[in-house]
Ligand binder design. Structure first.
Ligand code: MN
Length: 372
């Protein structure tokens, strides 16, 4: 009897450990919805309608809304052409009818908000393209054929990416899956792997996306996509070694005070004193490094100057920080900041010490760090 009890307790403990591990691992991988987005996009791009229909059922069963799927298939016209996009939309209509007959009620989902007022589509699109890629796009082929530059900005980055019922990370999953499934689009795939990482997709998630292409879409396309992904991962600017390109201030001293996880560096730029109680420091985080949870009684302003980072306030989703982003942390709100999974992050922290010094709290666990 006692032996059984002990065995049962052991079973519970092991189960908890396994569950905790699965939770940590799964937060670093694509969600079931995202996996079905990969399949839907790739089959649409290839024009494989029987497989698309199965992927549409899987996506709806995983909780994708009708409007989300419509939005994906509309976006795909820019990558795979109107015929593929229209064929896929027709198949979606058929799948939805079939499900209705079986009394399956799929959620309609959100409509996009109106476009920003007072701006031309070209202005909106140019702004979105610069924010999405982190740089101004021009020259070369865009100068040779200005019409394609205009249409890309107006249609793709303005009219399509300007619709907010899919976020940009999701839109990059759609784009990458379509480009990986098509033949001869390796240069665009290469650049979108980079854009995807810049918009919060991790190397692990991209590798998983490629595995779906390899096993569910085309083994040949999967192998090519894996080679392209490896080349992007090996390339700048995703390592500490390539940071000097973006560095304004020196690295400074390695932080060794127990308030950080991983390796981070601090260059104190200005100390607070009686005439000005603001402290300014330049902090460089290696990939995966982050502060513990903490709060500032007088608040803090963060200026992101390089790499890719995260910022999270207690109870809110994690925010992606890119060069040029500004965060105003309110006084006394527990939060953490640090580098993203695969890339370093540089920030200038401006801390108001008027109401007291930073209050340090518990470390940010891997589960918290990996979570969205
Ligand atoms: Mn802070």
């Amino acid at each position: 009897m006692l032996k059984n009890k002990i065995l049962f307790c052991l079973f519970i403990v092991i189960n908890h450990i396994l569950l905790a591990q699965t939770k940590t691992d799964s937060s670093l991988s694509l969600s079931p919805k995202e996996r079905s987005i990969v399949a839907i996009s790739a089959h649409t791009a290839q024009g494989n309608m029987p497989k698309l229909q199965m992927a549409l059922h899987d996506g709806l069963n995983a909780g994708l809304t009708i409007n989300e799927i419509k939005e994906m298939l509309v976006q795909l016209y820019a990558y795979a052409g109107f015929p593929r996009s229209l064929n896929a939309l027709n198949n979606l209509m058929g799948v939805l009818e079939e499900r209705k007959k079986k009394d399956i009620n799929d959620a309609a989902g959100k409509e996009p908000s109106p476009y920003p007022a007072g701006k031309t589509m070209l202005q909106t699109g140019t702004g979105n393209q610069t924010k999405l890629t982190g740089r101004k796009i021009g020259g070369g082929v865009y100068e040779f054929a200005p019409a394609i530059d205009q249409f890309l900005k107006e249609h793709l980055f303005g009219a399509i990416f300007g619709r907010d019922n899919l976020d940009w990370k999701t839109r990059e999953i759609i784009t990458i899956a379509a480009l990986a499934a098509m033949e001869g689009t390796e240069p665009q795939l290469r650049s979108h792997f980079g854009v995807g990482m810049y918009n919060g997709l991790t190397k692990n998630q991209l590798a998983e996306l490629v595995t779906i292409i390899e096993t569910d879409v085309s083994a040949k396309r999967g192998i090519v996509a894996r080679q392209v992904l490896q080349a992007v991962i090996n390339q700048k600017p995703y390592t500490m070694a390539t940071l000097p390109d973006e560095v304004i201030f020196p690295l400074g001293q390695k932080i060794d005070n127990g308030n950080f996880i991983g390796t981070a560096w601090l260059k104190q730029l200005a100390l607070s004193d009686s005439s000005n109680q603001t402290a300014i420091g330049n902090v460089t985080f290696e990939p995966g490094a982050r502060t513990n949870w903490h709060l500032h009684p007088g608040g803090q302003i963060l200026l992101a100057t390089g790499g890719l980072g995260y910022y999270q306030e207690k109870g809110s989703p994690k925010r992606l920080l890119r060069k040029g982003d500004v965060v105003k942390c309110p006084p006394n709100i527990p939060h953490w900041h640090g580098a993203s999974h695969d890339q370093p992050f540089i920030q200038i922290a401006i801390t108001n010490n008027q109401n007291g010094a930073t209050v340090w709290m518990q470390p940010v666990t891997d589960a918290e760090y990996n979570n969205n």
